[in-house]
Design a protein around this ligand. Sequence first.
Ligand code: TPP
Length: 583
Amino acid sequence: MSYPKIALAQQVIQLCAAKGVKHVVISPGSRNAPLTIGFASHPEIKTYSVVDERCAAFFALGMSQELQQPVAVVCTSGSALLNYYPAIAEAYYSKIPLVVISADRPKHLIDVGDGQTIRQENVFEKHILYTANLKQDIEENDERFSDKKDVPTFILDKLLSITETRIGKNQELINEAINIAIKKNGPVHINVPLAEPLYETQENFSEEVTVNTPVKISDKLDQENFTEFLEDWRKSKKRMVLIGVNPPNKIEQEFLDSLGYDSGTVVFTESTSNTHHLNFLPGIDKIIAPLDENEFSELQPDILLTIGGLIVSKKIKVFLRNYKPKAHYHLGENIAFDTFFCLKHHFKMTENSFFKEFLVKNFAIESSYQKKWLSVKNRRTEKHNEYLKELPFSDFKAFEVILSKLPNNLVLHLSNSSTIRYVQLFDANRNVVQYCNRGTSGIDGSTSTAIGHAVVSKKQNVLITGDLSFFYDSNALWNTNIPNNFRVIIINNSGGGIFRILPGDKSSKDFETYFETSHSLTAEHLCKMYNIKYQTVFEENSLKNKLDDFFTDSDSPKLLEVFTPRKINDELLLNYFKYIKDE
Ligand SMILES: Cc1ncc(C[n+]2csc(CCOP(=O)(O)OP(=O)(O)O)c2C)c(N)n1
């Protein structure tokens, strides 16, 4: 084994291992050498090398998304660290545990003209759950005191006592940081000042560490608010449940079934909710978009219970902001957003513990509410199918074909923004788990996240992405860990198709330059460079044919680039919303 001599680096590494950080993504640098050497040597830790820190952090986020455990990223000092920020913000809003570890210069070498040096302490202040600004070990490593013979004994003694306190304090901070990532599910930052010499090693760890285990947040029902909730729920004839981002199998099916079979309850699900029931309403946009004011008033819920993370559908946000329920309750361990400006209470606990208490008390009611919504859903489904039958080749058609051809038992990753929106127009296959980076809805890390997820997943992982999102994050492919069964499907509409769908003057020159950013790039050369099997399609039949064996085993990852007509995609989607409206 080869471990760093630097005590502080030893503490960070040992505490990560002791707290169950099993995967560490390292980007190259010299200042982080003690951390890199130690993590790479540790028998209980698997390390990955990713050069681009933006990709490295999303790659780690993808792993953590699958494992539901903290994954660490390690980088050198300077701007390297700032490239973690997009993934940190995503982890913050999506509640994904990510342990960011940055090497830093010793404090006295900051802002004195040294290279690769910035102000790293608290640099993610607004989007981080906790920052541990560690203090440098003075005794061994400070260049200023390297020749101890010249330092008077009383100063050395003083320095030694400061060092001991610092070691204790540093350990406290490291413990606290990782515990918070575990307890609160989110990103934390540990900034580690390291002084030269950086490359000296020893056989074993010589530092002892004290491990403080995280105290579990209580999963108990808060009775006072629960009583009030029960009263509100019971007197409501029109109950709505809306489920956002939620990992698969988190909520017991028995509880979901109880909601699905209550005629007074309508359950709207997003694709990323990974929850299913015959009486649930996926495809929110297609159900809601064509409703008129009378229908909205009639279907306005009395009470709303939201579950899970962020909601994609803009249309349901507009609906519930305009037709507010009398009370909105949120259920889940993590943050509750007052998305509809009427949040009454947040039950900060696991869904299963809540439902265990709630569903024994909730006797389903007789109400026509669910029936009314289900009849809207059925009408839309009919119209949806009719429209798609006649639909020419386009983004929309490509999604229909791809989704119908996906094998079961798959993890599907969706990029932002029209990709996830198109997918949400279809009923989700309960055997396909779906993810999308909706924390910040960025186009900057979808491929890296999907690859990270794929690396630790037992299933096949497939990414469907827009072209801009794909080219933005093309460094994601600069990664030697991509599994051979990983698949990418690019819907290449030669630009940001979402901007054609959104309002705005499409005929202006500026539209193509600054909004759609139209281009004629393809992924062909990237695939050659990264040894990925590359295929293209331009029309429906060849798409169907190519998909027949696209998912089967192969000796390298595969990418299918689907070219669609840039200028008609928007029209076909907007006409769809007109078509599905009741006459
Ligand atoms: C990092 C980042 N920059 C900019 C945006 C704004 N944005 C949202 S969608 C989009 C275009 C996406 O285009 P593409 O990936 O080709 O997908 P399409 O809309 O064509 O489906 C942009 C630029 C964003 N979400 N994230």
